[in-house]
Design a protein around this ligand. Structure first.
Ligand SMILES: [Fe+2]
Length: 217
């Protein structure tokens, strides 16, 4: 007897909606080696005790690194990337600015709890120093309702997980929607993990972006 549970299908497809993008860019050693040395020098000046952060502790710089000359090259690349992302998303307005930027230094054992970055459109992180044991960031499914029923799975995939672990490396830039919740696992290496976080928002948001979408053009 023919198996009608197969023969009844003429065609099938899987429709996948509302993707969550994390843009990942690895910079060249020629770019990141001198840049990271300058950044490290600038951070050591901001915090002369940077090298002596106790185990399991973190240090964050002030939130205006975009105003410092040593970071100008990095943020020029970040803003250029933001404009490419807006183009990819077909956003009609591409005047954006860095609204805040700060360094995160995690000593061995230090972690960063789940959070997102309110009141911005894009967020991102650039990695100044990573090594095995301190080379991941976790992204969490913002759809909390998917956790109500979580049956066991035979293999984790992007279709059945509530968390994605992304491997990072020195000189890598990640950019993602500011609402996307993320966290950092404890630093299991013997060295510090150093990254630069930043937020990006539309310039003149209330004047140019937030008006009714059905307004006449
Ligand atoms: Fe963050």
């Amino acid at each position: 007897m023919p198996d009608k549970t197969e023969s009844w299908i003429e065609d099938s497809d899987i429709l996948s909606f509302f993707p969550t993008c994390v843009w990942s860019i690895q910079s060249t050693p020629a770019f990141h080696q001198p840049l990271n040395a300058r950044i490290r020098e600038a951070l050591d000046q901001m915090n002369p005790e940077l090298a002596d952060i106790p185990p399991a502790r973190s240090w964050q710089s002030g939130q205006d690194l975009q105003e410092h000359e040593e970071f100008a090259e990095l943020f020029a690349c970040v803003l250029a990337t933001a404009k490419k992302i807006l183009k990819f998303l077909h956003i009609a307005y591409d005047a954006v600015e860095i609204t805040g930027s700060w360094a995160n230094v995690n000593a061995p054992g230090a972690a960063h709890a789940m959070h997102n970055h309110p009141n911005n459109y894009l967020s991102g992180v650039y990695y100044v120093q990573t090594q095995p044991g301190a080379d991941t960031i976790n992204f969490h499914d913002p759809r909390l309702q998917t956790g109500i029923i979580r049956p066991p799975v035979t293999e984790l995939s992007t279709h059945n997980t509530d968390q994605v672990v992304v491997e990072v490396s020195t000189g890598k830039l990640l950019m993602f929607p500011a609402w996307l919740t993320h966290s950092v696992a404890p630093n299991e290496s013997g060295e510090m993990r150093i990254s630069i976080s930043f937020n990006i928002m539309f310039s003149r948001f209330t004047e140019e972006v937030s008006k009714p979408l059905w307004g006449d053009e």
